[in-house]
Design a binder for this molecule. Sequence first.
Ligand code: 6PG
Length: 236
Amino acid sequence: MTAPNVTVRILPDGEALGRAAAEAVAAALADAAARQDRVTLALAGGSTPRRLYELLAGPFRDALPWDRLHIFWGDERLVPPDDEASNYAMAREALLRHVPLPPGQIHPIPTDRPAAAAAYTATLRQTFGDEGPTFDLALLGLGDDGHTASLFPGGPLPDAPWAAAVTAPARYAVRDRITLTLPALCRARRVFFLVSGEEKRAALHRVLDDADPTLPATHVRARETVTWFVDQAAAG
Ligand code: 6PG
């Protein structure tokens, strides 16, 4: 049972998921661009969004308001920006280097400073003011342990209003992370989750069917809507 403003869309496979999400991203950002000068999008990390990003740079390229779009990240691993584990690097290769985004509109999470969370918070404040980030759209993935962004189960979630430095569980290759916090994510107007693969099935059902409070993804809300783009393999 999901909350009233939550929609679950089940697509046959990863390609269909990417296309459905690309259409929805284009529609959401066009809607925002019709209402305001600046449009803000927080990208998800991991591997699932890659196909979506490739489609946004390809067949959907002309549907996005690049001249007014500001790009942020939901989380980042503390590795150099050209490291293969970097969420920024994946987005740059799949999307950013192929589209006419002014460089000043791309806001990576700084990973070269000890106070990266504070630096990212300062960037967010510059864009959104002191109230807190209100992304027009935030993209998120789901880990097989129910984490999202770099908010992991098993311990207290950071409750800072913006961003926080966290340590991922030992099973993850890169443990030092910077993440948007739950309060920051929940201020987004719209949230899209992208979930693909059978290995996500258990976590997905614990979130959507059981509303398992031990899983961080269960607590993600949005001011307007949350849409889950799920392929058949993950949905079961
Ligand atoms: C990260 C991501 C993380 C990701 C999930 C799913 O930095 O790892 O932000 O939250 O979305 O782990 O990752 P996959 O898409 O690779 O399965």
